[in-house]
Design a protein. Structure first.
Length: 263
């Protein structure tokens, strides 16, 4: 039987602090137990499982983050989890002007159980990439998938690879020279975890096993590095696939975003 409580405790302890080696231009700041990340396309805030304050003191903590990024003219995301304390945290975020985005499931699986030879459809190949041009191609694919400008993703991946190439492995699935899907594995030094990110696929190539192949390939890389657990913030589309592969849901995560007023 899977020890969900044990997995959740390990996640809380190991995955909610500051990642090592920020990209150029990104800084980490602390406000008590709260982590504030500055210098990305929007600000980012994460708390431990228990914020350690409540009531009016919590309201002041929230307002400080909002006002900090308001002074910079930037939006800010406060990443919440479904088991966070105090239980009225999200109510107080909404009262401060934060708006909930789509909820995702936090899934954890064992890297060695997910590692396998990728099974790909005919004409598709996987390749690990590091070149700036490939990161731009990934961003263009994501822009096509989502119908939005995702060029910032290319900038982010380039900065991550430049800052700490040993901490990220970026993979593309290609057909006839076109990037049809992409995903990356983010190692977390000093922990038992690595994170699976990305996985968006062009519509014409969905339902053909490419997402599962990217999971298997990244799990193999993680297992070879001695990583014990893989963690995913999964959408409603991805979560069923991952559960069938053996991942377990341990909690949910919801971004709460404050944005500066429009002109």
């Amino acid at each position: 039987m899977t020890d969900i409580d044990g997995l959740l405790a390990a996640y809380d302890e190991q995955m909610r602090g500051a990642p090592p080696n920020p990209p150029a231009g990104v800084t980490y700041e602390w406000d008590g137990s709260l982590l504030r990340i500055v210098g990305q396309f929007r600000g980012f805030v994460s708390c431990p499982r228990d914020a350690g304050v409540s009531g009016a003191e919590l309201d002041r903590l929230i307002a400080r983050q909002r006002d900090y990024f308001a002074a910079r003219g930037e939006a800010v995301e406060w990443k919440t989890r479904g088991h966070d304390r105090p239980t009225d945290l999200t109510d107080r975020l909404r009262a401060a002007g934060f708006v909930a985005e789509e909820q995702e499931s936090v899934l954890i699986g064992r890297a060695d159980e997910m590692a396998a030879e990728p099974l790909l459809p005919d004409g598709v190949a996987l390749r690990q990439v590091t070149a700036d041009a490939d990161m731009r191609r990934i961003a263009a694919m994501e822009s096509s998938v989502w119908g939005q400008d995702w060029s910032r993703l290319g900038d982010d991946l380039i900065a991550r690879v430049s800052a700490a190439p040993e901490e990220i492995a970026v993979m593309v699935a290609e057909a006839d020279g076109e990037v049809v899907s992409a995903a990356w594995l983010v190692f977390r030094a000093g922990t038992e975890f690595a994170g699976l990110w990305g996985g968006s696929t062009l519509s014409a190539w969905r339902g053909r096993g490419i997402y599962r192949a990217l999971v298997a390939a990244r799990a193999s890389l993680a297992s070879a590095r001695g990583v014990r657990f893989l963690q995913v913030d999964a959408s409603d589309d991805s979560a069923p696939v991952l559960r069938r592969l053996g991942f377990c849901s341990v909690t949910t995560t919801t971004p709460y975003v404050w944005s500066p007023p429009g002109p």
